[in-house]
Design a protein around this ligand. Structure first.
Ligand SMILES: Cc1ncc(C[n+]2csc(CCOP(=O)(O)OP(=O)(O)O)c2C)c(N)n1
Ligand SMILES: [Mg+2]
Length: 366
């Protein structure tokens, strides 16, 4: 193995960064961004509120109110940065962890909880938000995104699709097929890979011998690695990739280099397969702390502003909890709704059998 393909050092010079972990603003020759103070404060607010939604959901699961939750802890900047780069007309295809992108697409956070509480199969209208339903089947949404992007292309629309997926998903056949189709058809799609270093208990080195963003070159489109904990860099890089896609320059891949600070899901215990030191080193690169440091050092926001956002986060958490507990249980027969667009004889028969079974219980014993 040559030094070139070694993964020994995972922080190569190609990493696009505009804000250091200490909150220092740095320049990059290819990516710049000029945001107003209000926009910067808005990004900080997004990051804090999204983290709060996530923490509240973890707590709800721990108290038995959700069946499962996939935490985004540590990945807020990758999601808010890329999410805020989207226009209303762009279409996003998430995995199951994109709560921060959902926030940017104006999906009410309580709607994220429905599937995890087991009261619905999705929770929001993908067309209303241009945000597809969560996809648990690893990587399959990349194919959906490419198909959608090919549709955009044929409609002559000026928008783009963005597909979110993880480092583990890059080993999936679907993702590689999506890359090929996107490349060959020059589809307006951005492949946004959040490399959070882990696929449940599988570390990155089990997925690849080269940095993931370099895979793109083999498929015939550009790839870039961005500091996934830097909201400014994620915003700048995604804006450019989307603009290129919309203007007919085809697909590209963004590898947001980040870290899953929590467990894979609430069913997972990462202490069984990774060392505590690793987490400690990433805590120093926290996506929220660096924005806070930048805002205070430059006099853009003061303690009163930070306290106001914290209070808003507390209220958001309380409201989310209240509305989660108030979500009605589904009617058992609703499981047969929306399976097919048109009447279906076998389904009708099964529905009848299940209705009879439910009726066989004594009233009050149910
Ligand atoms: C096709 C398929 N295979 C396996 C699984 C089980 N599974 C769920 S999450 C996951 C790991 C995904 O890792 P990654 O793509 O890095 O995303 P992350 O969870 O880290 O965000 C696996 C293997 C699945 N859901 N779908
Ligand atoms: Mg991963």
């Amino acid at each position: 193995m040559t030094a070139d393909v070694s993964l020994g050092d995972q922080s190569p010079p190609e990493l696009v960064q505009l804000l250091t972990p200490e909150g220092e603003r740095v320049e990059h020759p290819d990516y710049d961004i000029d945001l107003s103070d209000e926009e910067l404060k808005g990004l900080y607010r997004d990051l804090v509120l999204v983290r709060r939604v996530d923490l509240e959901a973890v707590a709800l699961q721990r108290q038995g109110e959700l069946g499962l939750w996939a935490s985004l802890l540590g990945q807020e900047a990758a999601q808010v940065g890329s999410g805020r780069a989207l226009t209303d007309a762009d279409m996003a295809f998430p995995t199951y962890r994109e709560h921060g992108v959902a926030w940017c697409r104006k999906v009410d956070p309580v709607q994220l909880l429905g599937m995890f509480r087991g009261v619905n199969h999705g929770g929001w209208d993908p067309v209303e938000h241009n945000f597809h339903l969560y996809t648990i089947v690893i990587g399959s949404q990349t194919l959906h995104a490419v198909g959608y992007a090919m549709g955009i292309q044929r409609d002559g629309a000026e928008s783009a699709a963005i597909a979110y997926f993880g480092d583990g998903a890059t080993s999936q056949g679907d993702v590689n097929e999506a890359f090929i189709w996107a490349s060959v058809f020059n589809a307006p799609v951005v492949f946004f890979c959040q490399n959070n270093q882990w696929a449940i208990s599988e570390p990155l080195e089990k997925q690849t011998r080269i940095p993931l963003y370099r895979r793109a070159a083999g498929f015939g489109f550009p790839g870039v690695r961005v500091d996934g904990n830097d909201v400014l860099a994620c915003l700048a890089v995604t804006r450019k990739a989307l603009a290129d896609a919309r203007s007919g320059q085809g697909p590209s891949m963004i590898e947001a280099f980040t870290y899953r600070m929590g467990a894979h899901t609430t069913s997972d215990d990462p202490t069984r397969y990774r060392v505590a030191d690793e987490l400690e080193s990433w805590k120093l690169k926290d996506p929220i702390e660096r924005v806070k440091a930048y805002l205070s050092k430059n006099g853009i926001a003061d303690q009163a502003y930070f306290a106001e956002i914290d209070a808003e986060a507390d209220e958001l958490g309380r409201d989310l909890r209240r509305r989660c507990l108030a979500m009605p249980d589904p009617q058992p027969l609703a499981i047969f709704d929306h399976v097919y667009n048109e009447p279906h004889a076998l389904l009708a028969e099964e529905r009848e059998q299940f209705a009879a079974y439910l009726n066989s219980f004594e009233e009050g014993a149910r």
